[in-house]
Design a protein around this ligand. Structure first.
Ligand code: NAD
Ligand code: ZN
Length: 360
C-alpha cells in the first residue's frame, strides 16, 4: 500500500481585518522592480474602494478584474498568461487571487501556466505539471468551495471540466478575512455554502473515507449545521465559521473524493453552463437514494432560508445533449467509485442517469 503524500498551503493568516496585512506579507516576496505582483480580482469589486484602496500597488503591479459570470476556462487562463508575458519585463513576483472559487482557481492556474509550456488544457488531470508555479496567494471573498486549500484548480476546457491537480497547485499563502464575505448575496451564500456541506456528505459517505478525511469532514459538517440551521449565531460568527467549514471541508476531500452530486453537476456545468454551487444544489436535491440523511438535512436548510431552486433545467435537452452529459459524468470514475464502490458501473447505468437528469 502506498499512501498519498501531498502538500498543503504553506502559510495562512486568519482574522477579521487581516486583509490589511497584505502589504507586509507581500513585501519580502518582491523579486525586483520589474517583477510585478498581478492581482486577479472578482469584477464585483471593481468600484468597491473599501477593498481596492487596500491593494498595495507599486512599480508595475497591476489589477485585472475578472468576470465570474461563467466558470473559468482553460482559454481564459491562456489569454491572461499571454497578456502578462507580453506586458511585463520579468516574470511576476506573485499572483494574488481575490474572489470566490472562480477567481482563486484562475489565480492558481495562471501561476502554474507562467512557468509551464503549452496550454492550460494540456495540464487538466493528475500530476501533469512539471515546473513549480509562481508564488501565489489566495484571498477568498465567499466561503464554501475549499478552493483556498485544495490541490486542484477546476477549469472548463475544450473537452472537459477537470482540475489541474498537482503538488504545485496549492497556494503559498492564504489570507482568511471573513469581513471580505460580508456583502455576498444571500442566495449565492447558500449555494456556495452548500458546496461545502455537500463536500462533507460526499466525503463522509464515500468508500474512500479514512480517519484523516473523517475528522476534517465531521468538523466541517457540524459547522455547516450550526451555520445553516441554528438561530443563535451572530452574522460575524457565522461568516467566520463558514470560512473555517470551507477550509476543513476542502481538507476532507483532499484525502478522499467527492461523489454523486459533483459527478453529475460537472456535466451540467459543461453542457448547460450551470455554475458549481447552484448546480450541486439542483442535483443534490434529487439524491435521497444515495444520501438519505444528507438530503433530508439539505431540504431543511433550503426551507429555512427560503431558497427556491430552478426546476426543469433539462426539459429542453436533446438526446444528444443527454448522451453528452452522461458520457462526461461516467468519465469521472474516481468520484463514482468513491460514492458507490468498486462495482459502481452496475449501479449507475446511462438509463438511471438519464432518469435522474430528467427530474432536474
Ligand atoms: P464564484 O467565485 O463564481 O462567485 C459566485 C458569485 O459570488 C459571483 O457572482 C461573485 O461575483 C460573487 N461574489 C464573490 N464574493 C463576493 C462578495 N464578497 N460580495 C459580493 N459578491 C461576491 O463562486 P464560488 O461558488 O465561490 O466558486 C465556484 C467555482 O469554484 C467553480 O468554478 C468551481 O468549479 C470552483 N471550485 C473549485 C474547487 C477547488 O478545489 N479548486 C472546489 C470547488 C469548486
Ligand atoms: Zn464542490
Amino acid at each position: 500500500m502506498s499512501y498519498k503524500n501531498f502538500p498543503m498551503v504553506s502559510k495562512v493568516v486568519f482574522g477579521r481585518g487581516s486583509f490589511n496585512q497584505l502589504s507586509e506579507i507581500l513585501a519580502p516576496k518582491r523579486l525586483s522592480m520589474n517583477a510585478p505582483f498581478i492581482y486577479l480580482i472578482d469584477d464585483v469589486f471593481r468600484n468597491n474602494s473599501w477593498l481596492t484602496s487596500r491593494i498595495p500597488l507599486a512599480y508595475n503591479d497591476k489589477i485585472l478584474f475578472i468576470s465570474t459570470k461563467e466558470e473559468p476556462k482553460t482559454s481564459q487562463v491562456d489569454a491572461i498568461v499571454e497578456d502578462i508575458i507580453l506586458t511585463t519585463k520579468e516574470l511576476p513576483s506573485g499572483i494574488i487571487g481575490i474572489g470566490g472559487g472562480s477567481v482563486l482557481d484562475l489565480a492558481k492556474a495562471v501561476s502554474i501556466m507562467l512557468t509551464n509550456e503549452g496550454e492550460a488544457k494540456d495540464y487538466q488531470g493528475w500530476d501533469l505539471v512539471k515546473n513549480a508555479a509562481i508564488y501565489h496567494v489566495g484571498i477568498p471573498t465567499i466561503s464554501g468551495t475549499g478552493a483556498e486549500v485544495s490541490r486542484t484548480t477546476v477549469l472548463i476546457g475544450p473537452e472537459k471540466k477537470l482540475g489541474i491537480n498537482s503538488d504545485f497547485t496549492p497556494f503559498d499563502q492564504v489570507i482568511l478575512d471573513s469581513e471580505l464575505t460580508k456583502d455576498v448575496p444571500k442566495e449565492q451564500w447558500f449555494y456556495t455554502g452548500m458546496d461545502c456541506y455537500i463536500h462533507c456528505i460526499e466525503s463522509l459517505e464515500g468508500t474512500y473515507l479514512n480517519t484523516f478525511s473523517e475528522t476534517y469532514g465531521t468538523l466541517a459538517l457540524e459547522l455547516c449545521k450550526e451555520i445553516f440551521l441554528d438561530n443563535n449565531l451572530s452574522t460575524e460568527a457565522s461568516e467566520e465559521k463558514l470560512m473555517m467549514a470551507s477550509w476543513h471541508g476542502g481538507m476532507s476531500i483532499a484525502y478522499s473524493q467527492v461523489g454523486v452530486a459533483h459527478a453529475m453537476s460537472y456535466a451540467l456545468a459543461y453542457v448547460l453552463g450551470v455554475k458549481h454551487g447552484i448546480g450541486n444544489c439542483i442535483v443534490f436535491d434529487h439524491l435521497e437514494e444515495f444520501y438519505p440523511e444528507g438530503v433530508k438535512v439539505f431540504k431543511a436548510m433550503k426551507e429555512k432560508h427560503h431558497i427556491t431552486l430552478p426546476q426543469g433545467i433539462c426539459a429542453d435537452l436533446s438526446d444528444a445533449d443527454f448522451d453528452k452529459m452522461i458520457s462526461i459524468t461516467l468519465n469521472l470514475a474516481p468520484l463514482w467509485e468513491n460514492a458507490l464502490g468498486k462495482n459502481w458501473k452496475q449501479i449507475i447505468t446511462p438509463k438511471k442517469l438519464k432518469e435522474l437528469y430528467q427530474k432536474m
